[in-house]
Design a protein around this ligand. Structure first.
Ligand code: NAP
Length: 553
């Protein structure tokens, strides 16, 4: 990856506008940061590359895109009124409803006037003299911000694998993470889907009935289990409203940010018969509860994990009529939870359609794209549409592409050449007044809850600085080292997490193999945030402009 040079300011460009807090990214995290900073009395501006709000939920508008965390646990819980007035239609909402919700939030809290759309940050350079960030966007606007908050998400840079001839294909071609706003017409088309991660397995059953033929190119089978979605009934709506405070209490304190309760038994506390009956209950349970409410040792004990995998394999064999296809769809190279498990609706069933076919790329790898289709070692198949469900440059992708330079002109990509280095997943040493909630080392569960914790911490920190007359804040190298070493150590502690996961950046050729989530979990984040307050921000260097001036003399 090349390191963007800091921009120089041509005299014809408009002069920079001053703002206290400049946020980039109008996703769930960025909008919350915008709201909190404005409510705390700071002048604010948000820059968004897209033409609408939603972030990940704006760009990923492919057919079948939906939450796999419960809608009411993923949405905002900072306002009871908002919670009460927005009735989610389904336990796991689909992308159009999510986008509508976020637009509603923006208008309800009068945030739109602070957002500039079509403005992708192209450079952000720290000026040591003034203790501010000079930020330039693709639409020619420039800002000088006291605090720069990049809420650019972990899944915002789509990844296309290096398949020879990719540009040669003359049919329609789409990446799930960059889906067009206009509907794609699949009717009667010959369609290929490459990739069977969470995105691919949502697209496949959604378009299966519409297309003339669907060919699924799978490299690695995933442990897919049912999402078990359903409309939210009027009684459930009433219950959600009545239990708002109790729900917030659980979400604000849960280690994973979900409502699902942990199970208190280990797999071999039960007989095989009892275990299978419990697994049956898990199979019918909603979304992530299969991970968070399953046997307590599921992720730590290989034998326990193998039992669940055997149960799921039996289920897959029971659904799919063709035994050969069933075996291909059963993962053989990783345990449940080692990669992020997708949750599906009608995925396995789709393969029972005669016009839906699975190509196992381990047996017949893709050689190249041709003008008409895809060539594997087996020959060429022709397609009208190719869907790339091939994932993202996870965690650091967007931050690495924004031309961020900190003190002494050091580029963020150089500081992170061996992987991200952070404290609490919110700051990095050498980049004063720069925060990145919802980025690397952030969540390891229900994202908005973790990311919200970070936004709350950042906002409280900005208020603390203002109240105490400080203008700059920079995490110390030792605090960064301690947190980063801890993340790396914990990442390999649970035997279930293998480095084959994109959680380690391993899907991107040449990317350092470093854990990109918060491996220590939310309790550790809470504990460290509390310690920051108790120790009067010892993990940071705080300064006033007079300090900076005297340091320069
Ligand atoms: P992903 O999990 O990284 O999956 C990418 C897929 O593309 C994998 O099957 C991968 O195979 C395949 N692939 C990559 N390079 C390939 C190549 N050269 N040839 C053939 N296949 C190739 O990406 P994703 O499905 O977009 O999901 C990313 C994340 O987004 C999810 O894990 C989840 O966190 C989030 N997501 C969430 C939701 C939701 O909440 N509802 C929905 C969709 C996505 P290998 O496994 O062999 O690398």
């Amino acid at each position: 990856m090349t390191t963007p040079e800091p921009s120089t300011e041509p005299s014809t460009e408009p002069s920079a506008r001053d703002v206290d807090v400049l946020v980039t990214g109008a996703g769930i995290t960025g909008l919350y940061q915008l709201y909190r900073a404005r409510e705390a009395g700071f002048s604010v501006q948000l820059l968004e590359a897209g033409d609408g709000v939603g972030g990940t939920w704006y760009w990923n508008r492919y057919p079948g895109a939906r939450f796999d965390s419960e809608s009411y646990t993923y949405g905002y819980i900072f306002s009871k009124e908002l919670f009460e007035e927005w009735e989610w239609q389904e336990h796991f909402a689909e992308q159009p409803e999510i986008e509508q919700y976020l637009n509603h939030v923006v208008d309800r809290f009068d945030l739109r006037r602070h957002i500039r759309f079509g403005a992708r940050v192209s450079s952000a350079v720290y000026d040591e003299g003034s203790g501010t960030w000079s930020v330039a966007a693709s639409d020619g606007t420039r800002f000088r911000a006291r605090y720069f908050v990049a809420a650019t998400g972990v899944l915002s840079v789509p990844y296309y694998p290096e398949v020879p001839g990719r540009e040669d294909f003359r049919g329609e071609s789409y990446h799930t993470g960059l889906w067009p706003a206009e509907p794609v017409d699949f009717a009667g088309k010959r369609v290929a889907v490459i990739g069977t991660g969470s995105s691919g397995v949502q697209v496949i059953p959604t378009i299966a009935d519409e297309v003339a033929s669907l060919t699924v190119y799978q490299r690695t089978a995933n442990w897919c289990t049912p999402l078990n979605n359903a409309p939210i009934t009027p009684d459930e709506q009433a219950e959600l409203r009545a239990n708002f405070e109790a729900m917030c209490e659980i979400l604000d304190t849960s280690p994973s940010g979900f409502l699902h309760l942990a199970h208190d038994r280990a797999a071999f506390d039960d007989s095989r018969e009892e275990r299978w009956s419990f697994f049956e209950k898990m199979w019918g349970s909603p979304g992530f509860s299969k991970l968070t409410s399953n046997y307590s040792d599921l992720l730590m004990d290989e034998a326990a994990n193998a039992e669940w995998c055997e149960f799921v394999s039996e289920k897959i064999r029971g659904i799919i009529e063709d035994p050969e296809t069933a075996e291909k769809l059963i993962p053989s190279d990783h345990r449940f939870g080692e990669k992020r498990p997708p949750f599906v609706t009608g995925y396995f069933e789709a393969f029972n359609n005669p016009h839906v076919e699975l190509v196992d790329l381990r047996q017949t790898p893709i050689l190249r794209m041709t003008e008409d289709g895809i060539e594997t070692s087996e020959g060429v198949r022709e397609f009208d549409i190719v869907v790339w469900a091939t994932g993202f440059d996870f965690g650091t992708g967007a931050l690495a592409r924004m031309g961020i330079r900190g003190r002494d002109g050091v580029a963020l990509v150089d500081h992170w050449a061996d992987g991200p280095r952070t404290f609490l997943g919110v700051q990095t040493a050498g980049f004063p007044n720069f925060f990145f909630p919802g980025g690397p080392h952030a969540a390891a569960g229900n994202n908005p809850r973790y990311n919200g914790d970070q936004v709350d911490f950042i906002t409280d920190t900005l208020v603390y600085l203002r109240s105490n007359g400080f203008e700059t804040i920079e995490v110390t190298s030792s605090a960064e080292d301690t947190w980063t070493d801890m993340i790396d150590r914990w990442a390999t502690r649970a035997p279930s997490f293998g480095e084959s996961s994109y959680y380690f950046g391993s899907n991107i050729p040449g990317k350092p193999r470093k854990y990109l989530l918060n491996s220590a979990g939310r309790p550790k984040l809470f504990a460290e945030i509390a310690r920051v307050a108790e120790t009067d921000y010892q993990a940071f260097t705080l300064s006033r402009s007079s300090d900076r001036r005297s340091a320069e003399v």
